[in-house]
Design a protein around this ligand. Structure first.
Ligand code: CTP
Length: 396
């Protein structure tokens, strides 16, 4: 791989500032040229000498002072950058950029660059969930800025929740894939199902499950990044639609089935990441069920097994299923692989709270008909998607 790319790293003032060192060290191992800009408050947390030593370049932290050179620094770096990464990203810097404030070296460089800018936030969970911060993130995403979302866990302040800087390994993976995009799926037609389905009981009530759609949306995003033509059939969820995907929104199992069958023939790869309800109420009440003194019993009947149906009528398509299991993971996943005539099944253990349903990370084992299972480490869902497609594409 020819590695002559330049990444400008902005370090802002958060407790996770020291973690930027690991990111830089990993990028240098990949032979990426790194320039570091520190904000004034970042200097309160870490010493620029460490960044200077690892990046092997002068660290810039003041617009009007060192290092003195004939070039206008923020313009020079803005031009030199193939990518700009802000790690860690504070609520403050998000707010500044979202509102067009450019009052120091980092913000002026961000403003002056035409290279992709990626923010990797890390902050207290309440701060991260603050409506102003979330609105600013949304605004920046709409402008085309990228985010590597923080993960959940125990935060520096002792709180537990989303706000932990994504792992250095994941951040570097994402940066490398932006610098050297893999386009091994140009023209490949991929159909992804994501999120939950709902089964209505009456006009105001339904049953559903805890799927948030994160895994399916990450898969759709990865397929688009690799050049695929993606149709995303999605149950109700709040994930941001990947730019370039054709999205078909559905609610029920029946609606998902219809959308999937309609698109099946032309599809090369189907990834069924949706948590499809297996049962629905036997009778739908068209008027609201009123309470009475008696118990309420709702009878459920089996609904379509969409993926099984696809397996039965499979021609050229590669079929990938997901198996969320709370016990006998490998055994149950293997049985589903065979029963549904799949090429791959991605098995995950849902008994762990920090991975799987609703989490940003996943820890999966990929099974296929012919090869031994591949167990992946715990990683971000986008990275799981990347590993999955790398495996599928190697074999097709
Ligand atoms: N699936 C589907 N239609 C269903 C149920 C599941 O297409 N009615 C798909 C899912 O998208 C997933 C795979 O089949 O890719 C496995 O789903 P899962 O619910 O784990 O398997 P089931 O066969 O339904 O088995 P069980 O619920 O008993 O674990």
């Amino acid at each position: 791989m020819e590695n002559t790319k330049t990444v400008v790293i902005g370090v802002t003032g958060g407790i996770a500032a020291y973690k930027a060192l690991d990111v830089i060290s990993r990028l240098r191992k990949e032979n990426v040229c790194v320039h570091v800009i520190m904000t004034k408050s970042a200097l309160e947390f870490v010493n620029p000498i460490s960044f200077q030593t690892l990046s092997q370049n002068m660290v810039i932290h003041d617009m009007f002072e060192e290092p003195r050179a004939w070039e206008i620094q923020h313009i020079a770096l803005a031009k030199k950058a193939d990518l700009l990464l802000v790690v860690p990203t504070t609520a403050n810097i998000i707010g500044k950029v979202a509102n067009g404030i450019a009052d120091d070296m980092l913000t002026t460089t961000i403003m002056a660059t035409v290279a992709p800018v990626i923010f990797a936030p890390a902050m207290n969970v309440n701060m991260y969930n603050n409506k102003i911060v979330q609105d600013n993130i949304k605004k920046l995403e709409d402008y085309g800025y990228d985010f590597i979302y923080p993960t959940s866990g125990r935060l520096a302040c002792g709180d537990i929740g989303q706000g932990k800087l994504a792992g250095a390994e994941e951040i570097v993976e994402i940066i490398m894939s932006k610098l050297y995009p893999i386009k091994d799926m140009l023209g490949t037609r991929v159909l992804v199902t994501a999120g939950p389905t709902i089964a209505p009981i009456d006009p105001v009530r339904f049953i559903t499950n805890r799927s948030t759609g994160k895994m399916g949306y990450a898969i759709a995003r990865e397929a688009i990044d690799r050049g695929a033509i993606v149709t995303l059939i999605s149950g109700p969820c709040h994930e941001k639609v990947p730019f370039g995907a054709k999205v078909i929104r559905i609610n029920t199992n029946e609606e998902m089935r219809a959308a999937v069958i309609n698109n099946y023939e032309d599809t090369d790869i189907v990834i069924s990441a949706a948590a499809v309800a297996d049962y629905k109420p036997k009778c739908y009440s068209s008027s609201k069920i009123k309470k009475s003194e008696n118990e309420l019993n709702i009878e459920f009947v089996r609904d379509n097994d969409i993926l099984k149906e696809l397996g039965l009528s499979k021609k050229k398509q590669i079929l990938v299923g997901f198996a969320a299991e709370s016990n006998d993971l490998l055994q149950n996943a293997k049985a589903k692989l065979l029963k549904k005539n799949l090429d791959y099944i991605v098995a995950n253990d849902i008994s762990k709270a920090d991975v799987g349903f609703g989490a940003d990370d996943n820890k999966v084992i990929i099974l296929s008909k012919d090869n031994s299972p591949i167990a992946l480490d715990k990683m971000g869902k986008k990275q799981v998607a990347r590993e999955l497609f790398s495996l599928i594409n190697k074999k097709r």
